[in-house]
Design a protein around this ligand. Structure first.
Ligand code: CTP
Length: 210
């Protein structure tokens, strides 16, 4: 099968030297890419800026902004059987990017932001993707309830929920502990484990369900 995987953060520029971003390391997405390749699948990895080597055999497409990730996914998803959206995409970007470095003044600075494209939310409705669609839901409260809502709204086959308020798992950590949320409301909790081991388990689950 051909897997499309998004990974890492996006960067939304304020001026030539500054951007809005987040703490995503890309480790979960890259571990998924490695696990899919090891299981014999083809992988297109659409990745924001991360400090990780390209998994051998992956077709890595590098992007910086949410708009660039949207375009790269739009161009690649048609040829894929499975799409896993693991990237921590910025929900907002500055309305304007200054051409020159913003100068400091004594006054308060107010940033005006606008929504970015919802890439996962576009998979079915805009890109017409008919394969197996997987999202991640990073939540700090009412984990399963919020994840089930996202699963339904975005037309996913699987939503992988993790509690990012807990230290040591999820964002910028080596380990993760997730709950699989499926259409119809059923859930399955996977134990805390390294992102590499979890990725292997997730790829096996997804490949058998897809
Ligand atoms: N996602 C995406 N494009 C965005 C925002 C999120 O593709 N602009 C994807 C993420 O990769 C993830 C899923 O959507 O697989 C859920 O991301 P999350 O930030 O938890 O959900 P949001 O819909 O942005 O909801 P909220 O921030 O309100 O919790």
């Amino acid at each position: 099968m051909h897997f499309l995987i998004t990974a890492g953060p996006t960067r939304e520029p304020l001026d030539p030297v500054r951007f809005l971003s987040n703490r995503s390391s890309g480790r979960m997405g890259y571990a998924l890419a490695e696990a899919a390749l090891a299981a014999g699948h083809a992988v297109t990895l659409v990745s924001g800026p991360v400090a990780l080597p390209v998994p051998a055999g992956a077709n890595r497409v590098r992007i910086e902004t949410a708009r660039e990730m949207f375009e790269a996914v739009r161009d690649a998803i048609g040829g894929c059987d499975v799409a896993i959206f693991c990237a921590a995409v910025a929900d907002y970007r500055p309305v304007a990017t200054a051409e020159h470095k913003l100068k400091k003044s004594g006054d308060r600075l107010v940033l005006e932001l606008e929504p970015t494209e919802d890439i996962l939310g576009s998979a079915r409705s805009v890109f017409g993707f008919r394969g197996y669609l997987v999202g991640f839901a990073a939540e700090t409260e009412r984990l399963v309830e919020h994840a089930q809502g996202k699963l339904m709204r975005k037309g996913c086959d699987l939503m992988i929920a993790n509690d990012v308020a807990r230290p040591g798992i999820g964002f910028d950590s080596d380990e993760n502990e997730v709950i699989l949320c499926l259409p119809g409301g059923s859930t399955r909790a996977l134990p805390r484990q390294s992102k590499k081991d979890l990725a292997r388990e997730l790829v096996a689950f997804i490949a058998s369900a897809a």
